[in-house]
Design a protein around this ligand. Structure first.
Ligand code: GLA
Length: 689
């Protein structure tokens, strides 16, 4: 049997970047729709997501259908040449579902019902919920499968609901049965000899509900794996209904950014188009929650997609869910949108098109805010539409990276357990710090699963993977011995796939690779504690690092490691670990493996990763840039992005033309505060260098 190739993002973009947002016309009288479409055209919008929360409108009572309004919306959009990303409305079942079928509502760990009156109130294991969700999905596909406006299916919205009900318990047992085969294996994997937790019957097993004291950590880990899979079943069931009826229309679902609840690697394999929602904090434009978070999420999404991806949602101004919700300074939305395009996005969309006047999100910004078409926001929305229109040639092109940062949800989940050496160690802190260090050095990286083929990467960074499978460990060993450079962070390779601690405090294969004999103890640090480091060999301090001058320090975590062949690059100074190795480097086979047993300060981390990259032959996209200026090459284009709050001048490697303005530059390119340029470089002069 031949399998037809699935449609892809290229079938939606058709050679131009997508631009638009969530469109919720059911919140507005019809005369507003006409203005909507007029403004969409003015802004250059070419794709809107319709119907995400329209289940109660389409199916006001069980089994009834009201499609008339949606027919008119789709016809109107089509008449203006605006494509539709049509959503299945299954993220927010109508009140009648919860009222008639309370078993579709999720239960919390203490058994309390999570009621309707908000959204995402469904139990992924409920057959009743699934049946209704598939029915409305099928009806939507039957009705609109041939509609000329239809470009892309958007299934559900930001999957991530957990449930601990009895139906879930049965489903969980089935999942465990498949994973372990028999109870003996489950008892072994969960370590139920501890605290008399041994199970004698499958029926005794529960999701990790509220308990008296600490819950079994492997039960917790398996429940996270199960929940990700249960939600994925909901997604693939809807996807299959759509694919059967509309085989030529690609299917996506929008991920939350760096979201703990789903195994994003496993999910991405089931999508035709990978899309993500991204809401960096405008109060922190160049900080870890601003552009740095954006770069990380974008690199992750591109890596999940294996190519171009779609930014499904961002905010045009303030969100409404932070403690204090700041609007975006002039130019920031443009800058962050271009950052996404630089890092592989083929479309930039917002939540939402028109700002709601009622409901829980009426203070969340939109492309058309309460202030309307004369607003500063709408003007910037129109300008961004024009900018994206000028970048059609970026569509579908690739963003090649020579560095991989390893990331794995299993390791993240395993590290969430209670009763750990330090509650201050959050999985994402080292991940974000390391990625940020690479980003600030303009060393472009992909993210990769620890079992993925790493042979194309010159440098592999592992900020912190507490859990590593045997396959992953063999993969890392083969990578290094084959000539790769590995930089490995603390508290890595500690547990196996069942969350069983490896002997020696770290897996023996990894210790051998790193030239480490054993880990005596972990020495986590309190908030505000600073540990001095002394560098022994090499000079990881870069002369252009202003904060490198104070001498290297570290925070969060320390380890007392015994080396066996590794060279000591830095030692701890002061305290109990005075003089003990903090950072090591080891040659293994044809490659090199570094170990960072602590979290160095940002300048030191930048310098260390910079040195490792340099030794591995990886150069920054552009050298000598002022700090805060990001450079990314995508296809033939060079993106320069000024994240600083003041103007800068960048020295160009070659004369170039900015596609956004049509202006030509020789050697110097001025960039405004939050300014950006997308350059096509002039070909080298004949005979010249
Ligand atoms: C998410 C949701 C949207 C909206 C925005 C608000 O991304 O998908 O429906 O709630 O958050 O930021």
């Amino acid at each position: 049997m031949t399998v037809e190739p699935r449609p892809a993002l290229a079938d939606v973009t058709r050679g131009r970047l997508l631009y638009g947002g969530d469109y919720n016309p059911e919140q507005w009288p019809e005369h507003v729709w006409r203005e909507d479409v007029e403004l969409m055209r003015e802004a250059g919008v070419n794709l809107v997501t319709v119907g995400v929360f329209s289940w109660a409108r389409i199916e006001p009572r069980p089994g009834e259908r009201d499609f008339g309004w949606l027919d008119r919306v789709l016809d109107l959009l089509d008449g203006s040449g605006i494509g539709v990303c049509l959503a299945t409305p299954t993220a927010s079942p109508p009140p009648w579902m919860g009222a008639r079928h309370p078993e579709t509502l999720p239960r919390d760990p203490a058994g309390a019902t999570v009621w309707y009156g908000s959204r995402n109130h469904f139990c992924a294991s409920s057959p009743v919920y699934r049946e209704h969700a598939l029915r409305i999905t099928a009806d939507l596909a039957d009705r609109y499968g041939d509609h000329p406006a239809l470009r892309l299916w958007h299934v559900n919205n930001e999957y991530g609901t957990f449930c601990w009900c009895d139906t879930t318990a049965r489903h969980f047992r089935g999942w465990l049965h498949k994973r372990y085969g028999d109870l003996e294996a489950l008892n072994e994997a969960w370590g139920t000899a501890f605290w008399s937790q041994r199970y004698g019957e499958w029926e005794e097993i529960l999701p990790p509900r509220r308990t008296q004291y600490l819950t079994n950590p492997t039960q917790e880990l398996d429940f996270r794996r199960f929940t990700s899979d249960a939600l994925l079943e909901c997604f693939t069931a809807e996807r299959d209904v759509l694919v059967k009826r509309t085989p030529n229309v690609p299917v996506t679902t929008n991920f939350m950014p760096l979201f703990v609840g789903q195994d994003g690697w496993a999910w991405a394999e089931h999508e035709d188009v990978v899309s993500v929602d991204l809401y960096p904090d405008p109060a922190d434009p160049f900080g870890p929650d601003g552009a740095a978070l954006g770069a990380l999420v974008q690199d992750l999404t591109r890596s999940q997609a294996g190519g171009p991806w779609l930014l499904m949602e961002q905010a045009a101004g303030a969100v409404n869910w932070r403690g204090v919700n700041h609007p975006r300074p002039q130019g920031l939305t443009r800058l962050w949108s271009l950052q996404a395009v630089a890092r592989g996005a083929d479309g930039i969309c917002f939540f939402q098109w028109r700002q709601s006047r009622q409901g829980s999100e009426k203070f969340h910004s939109a492309m058309v805010p309460h202030a309307g078409r004369r607003s500063r926001t709408f003007r910037q929305v129109c300008e961004l539409g024009a900018d994206l229109g000028a970048l059609a040639e970026a569509t579908g092109t690739h963003v090649p990276a020579r560095v991989a940062v390893l990331h794995d949800w299993d390791a993240w989940w395993a590290g969430l357990q209670q009763g750990r050496p330090s509650e201050r160690l959050a999985y994402t802190e080292p991940l974000r710090a390391w990625h940020r260090a690479l980003w600030e050095r303009n060393l472009l990286c992909d993210l990769a699963h620890p079992e993925a083929d790493l042979s194309d990467y010159a440098l592999v960074a592992v900020p912190h993977l507490y859990l590593l499978t045997d396959t992953a460990l063999d993969n890392l060993a083969a990578y290094v011995r084959g000539g790769g450079t590995l930089v490995c962070g603390f508290f890595t390779g500690v547990a196996d796939a069942d969350d069983r601690v490896r002997e020696g405090g770290m897996d023996a294969r990894l210790r051998e690779l790193l030239g480490i004999d054993l880990v005596h103890e972990w020495w986590p640090m309190d908030e505000g504690d600073v540990q001095d480091l002394v560098l022994r060999t090499g000079d990881p301090g870069a002369p252009d690092d202003p904060d490198g001058a104070c001498g290297p320090t570290a925070a969060l975590w320390r380890e007392d490691v015994e080396t066996a062949g590794a060279e000591t690059v830095a030692v701890y100074r002061g305290g109990e670990l005075d003089g003990r190795p903090a950072i090591t480097r080891h040659t293994a086979g044809a490659g090199t493996a570094w170990y960072l047993s602590t979290l160095p300060d940002p300048a030191t981390l930048r310098a260390l990763l910079g040195r490792a990259a340099d030794e591995a032959g990886v150069r920054p996209t552009l050298a000598g840039l002022p700090s805060g200026v990001e450079a990314v090459r995508r296809g033939e284009l060079l993106f320069l992005l000024n994240h600083r709050g003041e103007p800068v001048t960048v020295l160009l490697p070659a004369p170039a033309t900015d596609l956004l303005t049509g202006r030509r530059y020789g050697r110097e390119l001025p960039l405004d505060r939050h300014g950006a340029a997308v350059l096509r470089e002039a070909p080298p002069a004949p005979g010249g260098g």
